[in-house]
Design a protein around this ligand. Structure first.
Ligand code: FMN
Length: 158
């Protein structure tokens, strides 16, 4: 199985986290692809892969520009995603944007839940004002998340 890390980013932080995960997690998952969200639509979500939505938040709780088309496709071209398994790694700033903290990732989570996709674990949020950098925190979290995903085969009861 391949892990596809779908990256929504404005200034590159989410891409940096995705690339850190790609480098640090090959012992758990041999096939990891980092895929910018640009130009993607709902068709990217296939049951044969595991997905990690790795995105920042911009504006006032908005998904990044390069994630807009994919997010709009989830809302505007809905189809049942019952066989799809995913996780969410949401970057944000809980001090400067407390009211809309990490909403870019949370919006993807809500849309995927509505379409019947199955989230593995909880949404992971990273606060840019926290003490641990996003790459370190993201890799730490992802290793546990991957272990959980690997222990929960596709089709197993939630
Ligand atoms: C103009 C602007 C708007 C932002 N809006 C939000 C927001 O609404 N909620 C939030 O949690 N973070 C917000 N942030 C913080 C970013 O999500 C955070 O800095 C993140 O690390 C950026 O990652 P990126 O380089 O992958 O885009 C905003 C940052 C900027 C510059």
């Amino acid at each position: 199985m391949q892990l596809k890390i779908l990256v929504g980013t404005v200034t590159g932080n989410a891409m940096s986290v995705a690339q850190a995960i790609e480098l640090a997690c090959t012992d758990l998952m041999a096939d990891i692809a980092v895929v910018p969200m640009d130009g993607l639509d709902i068709g990217v979500f296939t049951p044969d892969a595991l997905f990690l939505v790795c995105t920042s938040t911009t504006g006032a709780g908005d998904v990044p520009d390069n994630a807009q088309a994919l997010y709009a496709s989830l809302l505007g071209e809905p189809r049942y995603l019952g066989g799809v398994r995913y996780g969410v790694l949401a970057l944000g700033d809980a001090v400067a944007h407390a009211a809309t903290f990490a909403e870019g990732g949370l919006k993807f989570d809500a849309a995927l839940q509505d379409l019947g996709a199955r989230r593995i674990g909880e949404v992971f949020t990273h606060d840019a004002c926290g003490e641990v950098d996003a790459e370190t925190a993201g890799v730490d979290w992802c290793r546990g998340w991957l272990a959980e995903a690997l222990a929960t085969p596709p089709g197993a009861p939630a």
